[in-house]
Design a protein around this ligand. Sequence first.
Ligand SMILES: [Zn+2]
Length: 100
Amino acid sequence: MNSSMIGKIEKAHRYAREPERVQIQAIESTFRGGHDEYHVRFDDGAWNCSCHTFSSHVIGTCSHIMAMQQMLGTMLPANARFWEEEASPLKAGAAVGVAG
Ligand SMILES: [Zn+2]
């Protein structure tokens, strides 16, 4: 392996420990929940999930989206990390995560 490639690999290892360098714009994913698989999307600043909790529009989020928000953390735009904010349904103690 040439020295230029070794340098790039070392840089990649350093970058991989600095997730704040990455800003996710869009996600298309399959989320394997406890009972079923769901389609979780993030696009144009908005989250979407195919599960019943999300589609009922009662709390505007669901356990799958909240899990993704925790996984992705600082890689998400600030306004897409609801779990971190004061208005978070988690902090407000709303009943969530029952489905899936
Ligand atoms: Zn969901």
